[in-house]
Design a protein around this ligand. Sequence first.
Ligand code: DGL
Length: 275
Amino acid sequence: MKMKVGVFDSGVGGLTVLRELLRTLPQAHYSYLGDTARLPYGSKSSATVTRYAVSSSKFLVEQGAEFLVIACNTATALALNEIEASVNVPVVGVVTPGAEAAAALSRSRRVDVIGTAATIASHAYTKALSTWGIRTTEKACPLFVPLVEEGWIDHPVTEHVARIYLSELGLIPHGQREDNRADVLLLGCTHYPLLEPLLSRLLPDGVSLVDSAAATAQAVTQIMNVTPDDQAGSVRPPTGTLKFFTTDSPEKFRTLGAQFLGRAIPAVELISLPE
Ligand code: DGL
């Protein structure tokens, strides 16, 4: 039987999680919702994010999803419990899998976390990482989302902004921060995987990047008890169906989304959600 999986994000960033799911679970049927009309979630209050995330999750379940993946860091950090309480299907968010992957990788037991203002203010990653005895330093990087949305993935302005954020975090120049022994930088936002080449170039040797997308896909695969099939190492043709929904311009979703998904997006349905 093919599982129907709903994947939700505030926008197109969660397509990085769908891209990983298509690698590990290409046989599932996917419905993806990007709540682009109400993006960004990362600068909004907990009450607002919760309202938006709950209505989006309910929509996917109404579409037949039997399993929900909250591919948005902000929605997971602020509203996972409320989402779980509002639907009658299993829900997996990105924070725990991402934190677990970072904890497994860190030898120094120190992880630096970057994300939206709301995710960082929630300290969700710090709380999750503390269960593995990991100490964290957190930094909100609010300019990264609009820069990535603009397609400025490897642009001098983005590099300049990244240098400021990483130096405020004490990661560059190397050894600037006295107590800095973080050997993992956790990308706690759906948009940041697109900045991996830039960030890797700027970071000192010995600091690894972890993003929640791959870890979340692995977690979903384990929960569904399916052997991960990642031999090809690239996106394989899915054998299930793929449906895309957005709350704002389908054309913008298609164009921008293709960069995140790593493949063309055929059709996108415009929907409206209750407040
Ligand atoms: N999807 C959000 C996240 O992962 C980033 C975009 C937004 O702020 O809505 O935190």
